[in-house]
Design a protein around this ligand. Structure first.
Ligand code: C2E
Ligand code: MG
Ligand code: MG
Ligand code: MG
Length: 280
């Protein structure tokens, strides 16, 4: 009896594993096809000034519209795209679309885009970026690249070198999800970053966790000392906003001011046609 049950369990796990592998293979195939079928597009989440709540720019976030799967979050498909060698072409598409959008908006509206650690060390990132800027006649300072501390886990000197070359194009470099990684903060000395982004996990329950407030205070101080600006992510309520403003954050991002929007909706915000909660 026990032996049978044991076998059953083993068989159960192995078929689970097998179907997981099949899912993964299918996901890879769908991702590959998605590039050809142009199923990827960008959503734009507003960033506002903490001082006057005016729109200062957007973060571009990649979206995958798959007819059968529906919404697949980037946290799920980006790591798969990285592992199966698709981050190069997908990353180029993201850079191209972000620059195209930014070029339709007036300065000083900026568009931030995310660059994954594996994408940073692809050989030609600075060229891809400078060519996209040139194609759209866009000054480098109208876009920002967001990288996480993950870029310093391996190939850190190479990553720093590449970030420095991007910086030389005038492109802003923001350190995303700051404080959630495992790397040292010594690299702040290299002065490649112009901005720290405080992760939403510190922001959202700052009201009930004094520890989070302490962390946010020290991030803001660190940013001041290194002449960087600070963005608070994940601001969902008016209380969150007020707290982050008082703590000295320069810009604010979160559902309070808008979820990631289609280009058309974002464009309406820029044109002042959609006032929402933003000051005009
Ligand atoms: P991230 O760069 O830190 O982006 C912020 C995430 O927080 C976005 O999720 C955004 O929709 C979400 N968010 C913004 N405000 C709020 C809020 O007030 N409340 C809550 N609960 N969430 C909020 P999303 O779009 O699912 O992206 C998740 C992560 O996937 C991003 O984190 C980024 O690491 C990655 N990602 C997204 N787009 C791209 C891309 O184009 N390229 C790369 N390499 N990674 C991307
Ligand atoms: Mg980001
Ligand atoms: Mg973030
Ligand atoms: Mg994140």
């Amino acid at each position: 009896q026990a032996k049978d049950a044991g076998r059953g369990v083993v068989r159960y796990f192995s078929s689970e594993l097998q179907s997981e592998q099949e899912d993964r293979v299918r996901l890879e195939a769908d991702l590959r096809a998605a590039l050809e079928l142009r199923q990827f597009y960008l959503a734009f989440q507003p960033l506002v000034s903490a001082k006057n709540q005016k729109l200062v720019g957007f973060e571009a976030l990649v979206r995958w519209n798959h007819p059968r799967r529906g919404f697949v979050p980037p946290n799920v498909f980006i790591p798969v795209a990285e592992e199966c060698g698709l981050m190069g072409p997908l990353g180029e598409l993201i850079i191209e679309e972000a620059c195209r959008a930014a070029a339709t908006w007036p300065a000083p509206i900026t568009v931030a885009l995310n660059v994954s650690p594996k994408q940073i060390i692809l050989p030609n990132l600075p060229n891809v970026v400078s060519q996209a800027l040139a194609r759209h006649k866009l000054p480098g300072n109208r876009i920002e690249l967001e990288v996480t501390e993950g870029v310093f886990l391996d190939s850190s000197s190479r990553s720093l070198d590449i970030l420095g070359r991007l910086r030389a194009l005038g492109v802003g470099i923001a350190l995303d999800d700051f404080g959630t990684g495992y790397s040292s903060i010594g690299y702040l000395n290299k002065a490649v970053f112009h901005k720290l982004k405080i992760d939403g996990s510190f922001v959202r329950d700052a009201g009930t966790r004094p520890g989070n407030v302490a962390i946010i205070k020290s991030i803001v101080q660190l940013a001041k000392d290194f002449r960087m600006s600070v963005t608070a992510e994940g601001v969902e309520t008016a209380e969150d906003f007020e707290r982050m403003r008082e703590l000295g954050c320069d810009t604010i991002q979160g559902y309070l001011f808008g979820k990631p929007l289609s280009y058309d909706r974002a464009n309406q915000l820029v044109m002042g046609l959609d006032a929402r909660k933003l000051a005009s």
